[in-house]
Design a protein around this ligand. Structure first.
Ligand code: PGA
Length: 252
């Protein structure tokens, strides 16, 4: 657990780690494989990565896998995570299009299972995820793995929790317009990453951060599974760390 003074400080620290990783991979002549998140949380990190690219860092050997997409959802739609990623990151970097993977929300329901197996295969073929970036929902979800998700789940379709749909309501001009389902990497897929960085900022995340970090490991709090990962770190601001009882943190 690392407590930073604010969102921007977290963004800088996380972007620095990502850039170190992708440069290290480049020196070894290997691809860098990033697992990417959407929502308001990673926007600062993406801004920092874009700034690094403008200063000359190349991302041409980077392969990316996004956590999730709403279902159904057209990639051109304003609320799609495809569109989000283009606007906040991909339009500003030099990652070749064929190295970018995002679960699809625009396929027939009967094809989703096959698509999910294909997605898992692509992650395997890329050599697994080097660094996975995560936000956390107030339900404790990582990706869209809502309460009840088991630790060995793989990429699949899932029904969104009511609280998640409520939180997304503003983006959709009303909760009733939020899709009922999503396609998400599974908990097992996420835990397979060699390094996991979860970011949480704001008072509204304080309760779920405490349950995830200090509570029992259980399917009702999916982010609690991260306690079992040997190389996971959580970056929080003072507000999101506000309910923690223990002092297991590094202050930066
Ligand atoms: P947020 O969403 O970054 O918009 O808070 C996080 C999440 O639901 O995973």
């Amino acid at each position: 657990m690392v407590i930073c003074p604010d969102h921007q400080a977290i963004a800088r620290a996380v972007a620095e780690e990502i850039v170190d990783y992708i440069q290290g991979q480049k020196e070894k002549g290997e691809r860098a494989v990033l697992g990417l998140a959407t929502g308001s949380t990673p926007i600062g990190v993406y801004g920092e990565l874009i700034a690094q690219h403008k200063m000359g860092i190349s991302f041409s050997h980077v392969v990316t896998f996004n956590l999730d997409e709403y279902f159904p959802m057209s990639p051109q739609s304003r609320q799609s995570y495809h569109r989000y990623m283009e606007e906040h990151l991909f339009d500003h970097l030099d990652i070749p299009k064929e190295q970018i993977f995002i679960p699809r929300g625009d396929i027939a329901p009967e094809d989703v299972g096959e698509h999910c197996r294909w997605y898992e295969d692509q992650i395997k073929k890329a050599g697994g995820i080097g660094i996975q970036i995560l936000g956390i929902g107030r339900t404790g979800h990582i990706g869209f793995n809502e309460p009840g998700s088991l630790p060995d789940t793989r990429t699949r379709s899932i029904r969104l929790d009511e609280m998640t749909r409520k939180d997304a309501g503003a983006d959709f001009f009303g909760e009733e317009n939020v899709p009922l389902e999503a396609v998400t990497m599974g908990v097992g897929t996420i835990l397979g990453a060699r390094r996991i960085i979860l970011i949480a900022t704001g008072e509204h995340k304080a309760h779920i951060i405490r349950r995830s970090v200090e509570g029992d490991i259980k399917p009702q709090v999916v982010a609690s599974y991260l306690q079992q990962h040997s190389n996971a770190v959580i970056y929080v601001d003072p507000s999101a760390s506000g309910e923690l009882l223990s002092a297991i943190c590094n202050h930066f």
